[in-house]
Design a protein around this ligand. Sequence first.
Ligand code: CA
Length: 252
Amino acid sequence: MKSPIVNELSSRSEQSARLSFTTWLHPRATIIVEVTKVATILIVEDELPIHELIRRNLQSVGHECRSAFDGREALDALAGGGIDLVLLDILLPEMDGFEVMRRIRGTPVIFLTARSGLADKVKGLSLGADDYLVKPFEMLELLARVDAVLRRTQKAGAPFELDGVRVEFESRQVFVHGRPVECAPKEFDLLETLIRNRNIALSRDKLLELAWGYDFAGDSRTVDVHIQKLRKKLSWEHRIKTVYKVGYRLEA
Ligand code: CA
C-alpha cells in the first residue's frame, strides 16, 4: 500500500511563493509527494519565476539545488561536479539547451521547454536526454519524473559518514569508529533508506515499502523494532527522530 511522505513547507515566505504561482502548481504538489531518492539537481532555466518555483518544489522534498540561468553557467556548474541530475530548458541565452546537452557527459538530463513540437522532443531524446517535459507542467509531474530518473540512474554511490558511523553501500558494511558492526539484511536496507531520504519524514508504511518491498506481509511494528536496533547499534538515538503520528526521520 502506498503512503505519502509528508513534507510541509514551513516558512511563510515559501507558502506565499507557492500561492503566487498557483496556476503552475498542483495544489498538493508541495505537500504530499512520493520521493525515494534525494539528489543534487542543477536547474537551468532563464525565467526567474519558473526557476524559483522549480527550486522551491525540489527543495521541499529534500533535494539540493544549484542554479544556472544560461547555457554557459550550466556548463560551469557541471564542471564543478557533484550534480546528479540536470533540468534543462531549451531556449536559453548564450547557448541553447541542445548545445548544452551535447557537452554533458554522464549526467542525467530532463529537458524542460515551452516547445511542444515533436521534432524538438525527438531531438532532445536523441541527444541522450532521459526525459522531456513540456511547459506548463504540474510540479507533481516534475517531481515524479525526477524521482523516476534518479531511481533509474543513481548507483550505490560514495560511503555515507556521520558521527563516526560509516556506511558503505556497495559492500553493505557498517563501521562505528572504524569497527565493523553487524547489521541484518533488513536493518541495512532500512538504514540505506533513511540515509538516502535523510531529513525527510518517512511514514512507517513508506519505510516498509522502500526497505521491505510492496509485498511484505508484516506490520508497521516491524519498522519500530528495526529502528530501535539501528539506534542502539549506531548510537543514533539523537539522529533517528520519531516524527509524531508519521514515522521517522534521519537528521543529518
Ligand atoms: Ca527559456
